[in-house]
Design a protein. Structure first.
Length: 176
């Protein structure tokens, strides 16, 4: 019996070209510089101010994720994520990560790696090297991802890959 082998394209092969760049800034820290002490878990647990610009035409919503790639666990540690922020939301004030704060119609906070739906403050082990906290914003061409607040941060990132129009990051550091 002669079987012909066929393969469907892998989802990664159907992604659009590299996304445009968003500019992400903060009034609380400069890229590559320390975050305020108040951003620390147990030191105020206050999310920093963030703003972004440069979203291309067609942007319908945003995904924000803060990730510590230096955490002493496989894959790092996610401290904050908001999915579905409307296109007209381009700034979050300091403290916007507090539990229950709304970020526009349709937006919701996903559970961080602490298991809470808020800003999980910086918590590097005492005496460890400064950890990097990467705040990434993705401009999406949809406001209906089909996900809800029960989705994991990894699932939100994966499921929106084909909807990314632009992205940008700013990195702060924190050390105890």
């Amino acid at each position: 019996m002669d079987l012909e082998r066929t393969t469907a394209p892998h989802p990664i092969d159907t992604l659009p070209a590299a996304p445009a760049e968003l500019t992400v800034t903060s009034e609380d820290f400069a890229d590559g510089e320390p975050l305020p002490d108040s951003a620390g878990y147990g030191h105020g647990n206050t999310s920093p101010h963030l703003s972004w610009s440069g979203a291309p035409e067609g942007t319908r919503s945003y995904l924000l994720v803060c990730h510590d790639p230096d955490a002493p666990v496989v894959g790092g540690f996610s401290h904050w994520a908001i999915l579905g922020m409307p296109a007209d939301v381009t700034e979050l004030s300091s403290g916007a990560g507090e539990f229950g704060v709304q970020h526009g119609d349709g937006a919701f906070t996903l559970a961080n790696d602490f298991g809470t739906k808020d800003w999980g403050g910086c918590a590097p082990p005492e005496g460890d090297v400064p950890h990097r906290y990467v705040f990434t914003v993705w401009a999406l061409d949809t406001d209906d991802t089909g996900l809800d607040a029960g989705a994991s941060i990894a699932k939100a990132q994966f499921m929106t890959l084909g909807n990314v129009l632009a992205r940008g990051s700013i990195t702060g550091t924190y050390q105890l």
